[in-house]
Every structure is written in C-alpha cells, then in structure tokens.
Design a protein around this ligand. Structure first.
Ligand SMILES: CC(C)(COP(=O)(O)OP(=O)(O)OC[C@H]1O[C@@H](n2cnc3c(N)ncnc32)[C@H](O)[C@@H]1OP(=O)(O)O)[C@@H](O)C(=O)NCCC(=O)NCCS
Ligand SMILES: [Zn+2]
Length: 205
C-alpha cells in the first residue's frame, strides 16, 4: 500500500536509503521537509506495517535546480532554459527481497501523478544513478515516457568527498558513478503546441 510519509516512518526510510543509495545521502532533517512542504513528495510502500520501499520528488524552480546540479553541460542547460517550476523525480528504493514485482514502478507512477497535481508543470526531470555500468531505474522511467538526454561521468565525485558518503557501488569516496539525465515532457493543459517538443530536438541545436 502506498501512503504519504509520516514522522514515524523517517527512521525506516533513512535505513533503506543508507543501504541502497549511499550512507548519509539523506538525513532526518532533509527528509522531514517532505512532510511539511507541499512542494515535496515522499511516498512509502508498506507491507504488513513494514516500509519496503519509497520514492521522493519535488517541485523546484528550473533555475534553482540548474544551480543545485553538481555537474552540468550545455545540453542540460538548454533543457532547463526559461523560468518557472518543474518536477524532479529524485530517489527510488525497494528492499532487496521485494524487488522484481513492480513495486518500484507503482511508486514511480504514483510520484509522477502526484507531482502533476501540485501545480501545472511542463517537464519532470530525473538524474539517474548509474553504477558499474547499470542504471537500475532506467526501465522504470522509460516505462513512464521519460527520454534520456545526456550522461555525465563522475557526477558525485567531489560531492562524495565533501559529504563523505559511502557509495554502495564504489565504497569510500570518491564515487565514480555516472548520472544519466532524463526528461519527461508534459503538454500544458493537454493543448497541442504547448510543450517543449515543439522545439527542434536537442541534437539539432
Ligand atoms: C531500482 C529499484 C527501485 C527497482 O525496484 P523493483 O521493485 O525491483 O522494480 P520493479 O519490479 O517495479 O521493476 C520496474 C521495471 O524496472 C526493471 N528493473 C528493475 N530493477 C532493475 C535493475 N536492477 N536493472 C535494470 N532494470 C531493472 C524491471 O524489469 C521493470 O521493467 P519492465 O516492466 O519493463 O520489465 C531497486 O532495484 C532498488 O531499490 N535499487 C537500489 C536503489 C537504486 O538503484 N535506485 C535508483 C536510483 S536512481
Ligand atoms: Zn559510486
């Protein structure tokens, strides 16, 4: 069953996150904001009272998001051109023994639906973690309709040193994993001619 994050869920979410995407990557304080801020969404999947997975995302200004990227390139800058808000699909995790049954897909679908309901947005982006040549969430976002835009190598290299987090794939810093940037275009009010795909494809620019 999918539900919104509650105060009593925070500890379990941190435990899953530490193990799956890296120790100290999320903190109780950063997670708490997903209860109080309506622009931040964190959904948990519970089975017999146990949290077995979660997904988080938020609504953020395009320029703010651009500034928070650890590394960027001209293609990403072009995608994030303009003002206004966008959606960001941030993190998804499911405990090992519950994988392969569609739970992550259900969580991801729920997040995208929830982000669209917060306010009208024309794009949702995601920075996928690619470790050891594999991006675990690739199928999940592609099933929703996200398109790959670009890949940035050593994306968390400096950040892992500064924040001293343990990457589940690389171990102690530095993390040498890549980030794959994905984008989902959302037609505004369903009106044709109001979405980014009206612009020439990026590789033609
Ligand atoms: C990625 C993760 C959330 C998938 O959870 P899951 O519940 O097993 O996923 P689902 O069963 O809902 O599968 C959804 C789709 O992803 C595919 N998939 C699942 N895990 C995958 C993996 N490790 N590599 C490649 N594809 C995978 C499934 O085949 C399915 O695609 P399909 O329906 O087109 O066949 C889970 O493996 C996990 O928590 N991994 C560690 C954390 C992580 O890497 N998170 C992503 C960070 S960006
Ligand atoms: Zn790494």
């Amino acid at each position: 069953m999918i539900s919104d994050l509650k105060e009593e869920d925070i500890e379990q979410v941190i435990l899953i996150s530490d193990k799956m995407v890296g120790e100290s990557f999320q903190t109780p304080d950063s997670i708490k904001k997903y209860i109080t801020d309506k622009h931040k969404i964190l959904k948990v999947y519970k089975f017999n009272g146990e949290i077995i997975g979660f997904v988080k995302g938020k609504i953020i200004g395009k320029s703010t998001f651009k500034d928070t990227l650890l590394k960027t390139n001209s293609v990403i800058k072009t995608v994030l051109m303009g003002e206004g808000n966008m959606g960001l699909a941030e993190t998804i995790c499911v405990k090992n023994k519950f994988r392969g049954t569609g739970i992550a897909q259900e969580l991801a679908d729920d997040l995208i639906g929830s982000l669209k309901q917060v306010e009208p947005i024309d794009i949702i982006c995601s920075t996928l973690w690619k470790a050891g040549g594999v991006a675990n969430a690739r199928r999940i976002v592609e099933n929703i309709g996200f398109k790959m835009i670009t890949e940035i190598e050593d994306y968390w290299y400096k950040d892992s040193i500064v924040k001293d987090y343990i990457c589940p794939s690389c171990g102690k810093p530095p993390c040498k994993c890549s980030m794959i940037f994905y984008r989902l275009e959302i037609p505004l009010n369903g009106i044709p001619g109001m979405c980014e795909s009206d612009y020439p494809p990026l590789w033609e620019r």
